[in-house]
Design a protein around this ligand. Structure first.
Ligand SMILES: Nc1ncnc2c1ncn2[C@@H]1O[C@H](COP(=O)(O)OP(=O)(O)OP(=O)(O)O)[C@@H](O)[C@H]1O
Length: 230
């Protein structure tokens, strides 16, 4: 493990094809996130928030600029190395909890262990502990996604993202499917998870009311990132 800054984006530009032109989704975006820091990125629909996460997750390559994870410039890495880096360093929580319908909560996490080629017995203990730490009781840990509430599913999703011990946690609209109270509780959880696990966490949302738990709030407007006035 290195103690380099977990996540640094330097002058990142990302464009998509748009008819005969290119649409600029990220316009010279720079961002540094320290271990144990929760950064929230707010901004209207289409401003580039998901694109920011996709680039930080090394799922998309920027047109220019650098994405540095744990001190390592990801630009020169091939696809296989990027996949390994993601598996070892980056936890991703998508908008909808994309859990596998036939697996219990514990098994969702064990599926990650399986991908990593690790020990299932060790994995089971870790899965139980992580699920407990995000607030899921023993009975809930045995349930399949359709037997859990939206907030509980999102907790499973967060526990699964933490399973590999990531130094970077990227979270896309974690509360969009939840009512206000459950949304606030998930935000509270993300704050405590960030501190407990020491992750560099970036959370994007269009919901400004949920930003109170963040250490820093940034605003995305037309692909540009700026410190929020409020
Ligand atoms: N694969 C793609 N191809 C072309 N254009 C895209 C693609 N993905 C996103 N865009 C465009 O890039 C811009 C930024 O999109 P992005 O999804 O990053 O915004 P967002 O802030 O996450 O929006 P939302 O809050 O609605 O999820 C938008 O104009 C969008 O239409």
């Amino acid at each position: 493990m290195t103690d380099a800054t977990p996540l640094v984006l330097e002058s990142v530009k990302l464009t998509y094809p748009d008819g005969g032109h290119r649409l600029t989704a990220l316009d010279e975006v720079s961002l540094t996130v320290a271990a144990g820091e929760l950064v929230a990125v707010a901004g209207p629909s289409g401003s580039g928030k998901s694109s920011l996460l996709a680039v930080a997750a090394t799922l998309l390559r920027p047109d220019s600029g650098r994405v540095v994870v744990g001190g390592r410039d990801t630009g020169p890495l091939g696809e296989r190395e990027r996949t390994r880096l993601r598996r070892e360093r980056i936890g991703i929580v998508f908008q909808q909890a994309n859990l596998l319908a036939s697996l219990t909560a514990v098994e969702q996490l064990l599926a990650v262990e399986h991908l990593r080629g690790g020990s299932v017995r060790e994995g089971r203990r870790r899965a139980e502990e992580l699920l407990e730490s995000v607030g899921l009781g023993a009975a809930q840990r045995r349930r399949r996604p359709h037997e859990l509430s939206g907030g509980e599913r999102q907790r499973v999703n967060i526990a699964r993202a933490l399973y590999g011990g990531p130094s970077v946690l990227l979270v896309d609209e974690p509360t969009s499917a939840l009512d206000r109270e459950r949304g606030e509780r998930v935000m509270e959880l993300l704050g405590s998870v960030t501190r407990r696990h020491g992750t560099a966490t970036v959370l994007v949302t269009h919901d400004r009311e949920l930003l109170g738990r963040a250490d820093r709030v940034l605003t995305m407007t037309d692909g540009r990132l700026a410190r929020s006035a409020a």
